[in-house]
Design a protein around this ligand. Structure first.
Ligand SMILES: [Ca+2]
Ligand SMILES: [Ca+2]
Ligand SMILES: [Cu+2]
Length: 377
């Protein structure tokens, strides 16, 4: 499908004024054409987790600064419906594309202990002069449809209504904000003052890749991400176990109260939190659940796990060769993981460790960030 067609679809879906912003989602179509649309979703039945068998090899030397050794090994990947609570009655079918549970093996690697912070990203920008996608003015060549005055650099910001709304479309709480970017997370008037240790946001996939090249790291595969996030536990709902609260304490920055109009901040944080405010998982990783979503390098397809499950143990799977999202056919997406400060059991319980998210590669938001991996020498 050609780019003009994609842009047209995006504009029709969201209307013209706000449309240009969401049309930015489609401005770089880097995926190969998608294969046939996904067949029927994998059946929910017969989901079985088996024990995680971590590799026995010792840690290969001292850890790079801020990184933890993830031993790799064989594990069961995916998400079952949690403990009698049907996760698919919440708005976004939280586990349907995370089945069937299947066996995966990954090699050991280093993983950032925290999401990449504003401080770290600022060092990269200072050293390289890099300009993020959200800071670049879209061109008429990329978007032939809209009037030129609508071609304004910006990004997508959570803009909750002040009253309860139906949870039928995310356009009720997401807005394209001209001037929003990593330096101005809520748009003009906001800045990074006091936010040095908050996760960088409004980063597109290519921004994450550029940062990774500079840092001598790389984005993790989805399988690496999940192995790391599980921290050696098998089949747990969360990176720390099966109970959302531990001794009455929150373990991640998520959303409490009525979504999207009211966040009671029972976990002490509205919006993003500085990294590492909650206990790490058993591998020493902070905020793998919640705070900000994290890019992985895999293309998204809801039927990928079914494909892998048919072939025995999948070794270092790197995602399908193309992307298909039945909810938005024609828009190639990469997998996001971990959920964010906006995840809630009322709408999108993606802080559950086996669940998946997805996003168009040129689109950053203020709840999407970066965590990187690095190969052992
Ligand atoms: Ca919170
Ligand atoms: Ca996170
Ligand atoms: Cu969510």
């Amino acid at each position: 499908m050609t780019r003009p067609k994609l842009v047209a679809i995006a504009l029709i879906v969201v209307g013209t004024a706000a449309g240009i912003g969401f049309a930015l989602m489609t401005r770089r179509q880097e995926a190969p054409p998608a294969a046939e649309p996904a067949a029927a979703m994998p059946a929910a039945a017969a989901d079985e987790f088996e024990p995680t068998i971590a590799n026995a090899a010792p840690t290969p030397g001292p850890a790079p600064e801020g990184m933890a050794w993830i031993p790799g090994g064989e594990f069961s990947m995916g998400a079952a419906d949690p403990l009698g609570k049907d996760a698919n009655i919440v708005g976004m079918q939280a586990t349907e594309d995370s089945r069937p549970i299947h066996r995966v093996a990954v090699d050991g690697f280093w993983m950032d202990k925290t999401e990449v912070t504003n401080r770290q990203f600022a060092e990269f920008v200072k050293a390289t002069g890099y300009v993020t996608v959200a800071e670049r003015t879209p061109t008429a060549e990329e978007f032939p449809g809209p009037p030129p005055e609508n071609l304004v650099a910006g990004s997508v910001v959570f803009s909750p209504p002040d009253h309860a709304v139906p949870l039928d479309t995310h356009f009720r709480w997401w807005s394209y904000v001209p001037g929003a970017n990593w330096r101005h997370p809520a748009g003009p008037g906001s800045d990074l003052g006091g936010r040095e240790d908050y996760p960088v946001v409004h980063v597109a996939y290519e921004d994450a890749e550029a940062y990774a090249r500079w840092a001598g790291k790389r984005l993790p595969t989805e399988a690496e991400w999940e192995f790391a996030a599980r921290g050696g536990l098998s089949g747990a709902l969360y990176p720390w176990g099966n109970e959302f609260l531990v001794d009455g304490k929150f373990m991640a920055n998520t959303h409490q109260g009525h979504f999207p109009n009211e966040d009671t901040r029972a976990d002490a944080h509205g919006g993003t939190a500085p990294v590492a405010q909650f206990p790490p998982n058993a591998y020493g990783l902070y905020d793998v659940a919640g705070n900000v979503w994290e890019w992985t390098r895999d293309w998204y397809r809801p039927d990928y796990y079914a494909q892998l499950a048919a072939g025995g143990v999948a070794r270092n799977p790197a995602g399908p060769p193309d992307s298909f999202d039945p909810g938005e056919p024609g828009v190639a997406k990469r997998v996001h993981r971990g959920g964010s400060f906006l995840c809630t059991e009322q709408y999108c319980s993606r802080y559950m460790v086996g669940t998946r998210g997805k996003g168009e590669p040129s689109t950053g938001t203020n709840h999407l960030g970066i965590r990187l991996a690095k190969d052992a020498p």
